[in-house]
Design a protein around this ligand. Structure first.
Ligand code: GTP
Ligand code: MG
Length: 197
């Protein structure tokens, strides 16, 4: 079932400036350009709710969207974007880390990976770190319209094998496309089922 209303609330530079943590919150993270903002627009049935760009580094703040007046969807900046200064990288990393560690109403973090590529060390390291912090996650393999089903399954298996070293029970993995709306129903239902919305 679709979510019926979506509204932008605020962009924050710091978790302390985020809206009151009185609602279930689902955040989206992953490398720059992986398709976080596009996926959020797909889930929200909105073309331009979250700003997207073909150039990496578009989302630079913590963006809250209020969904069905009941829960928050959060668009985060990407990690691993090489074309920013070390200082800026440190700043972003601090902002994201603080948010992930301190946001008490964060129900689940979706970690997005590009389905066209085998898992990259930066993604595996990030997933290991969030796991160690006890942050609940699910994984989404994005841009599935750009590659054959077979290749996606191969990359998914490589990811599972890499994660098995750290995880006893693997996180749920979804396959999505903001282009043809693959995964939309599954991800929406998962959000509902994990929060009783
Ligand atoms: P940052 O905010 O820079 O970290 O990027 P992001 O992860 O939010 O990515 P964004 O949604 O802005 O998408 C990056 C580019 O990939 C844009 O040109 C999108 O149109 C394209 N894109 C995103 N998702 C898909 C998809 O599922 N299929 C295809 N074909 N293109 C996609
Ligand atoms: Mg973005």
């Amino acid at each position: 079932m679709n979510f019926t209303s979506a509204e932008f609330v605020v962009s924050s530079t710091d978790y302390k400036k985020c809206p009151p943590g009185d609602k279930p919150e689902y955040a989206f993270i992953g490398r720059s350009n992986v398709g976080k903002s596009s996926l959020i627009n797909m889930l929200a049935n909105h073309k331009n709710l979250a700003k997207t760009s073909s150039k990496p580094g578009k989302t630079q703040l913590i963006n809250h969207f209020l969904m069905d007046k009941k829960w928050y969807l959060v668009d985060l900046p990407g990690y691993g974007w090489s074309k920013v200064s070390k200082e800026k990288k440190r700043q972003w990393q601090g902002m994201i880390t603080d948010y992930l560690l301190h946001r008490k109403n964060l129900y689940l973090l979706f970690v997005l990976l590009d389905s066209r590529h085998p898992p990259q060390p930066i993604d595996i390291e990030f997933i290991r770190w969030v796991g160690e912090q006890g942050i609940p996650i699910a994984i989404i393999l994005t841009k599935s319209d750009k590659i054959s089903k077979n290749k996606i399954l191969t990359n998914k298996r490589l990811l599972e094998n890499a994660l098995k070293k750290d995880w006893d029970t693997l996180p749920t993995i979804f396959i999505s496309s903001a282009q043809n709306k693959a995964g939309k129903i599954e991800i929406s239902d998962y959000i509902r089922s994990t929060s009783e919305l």
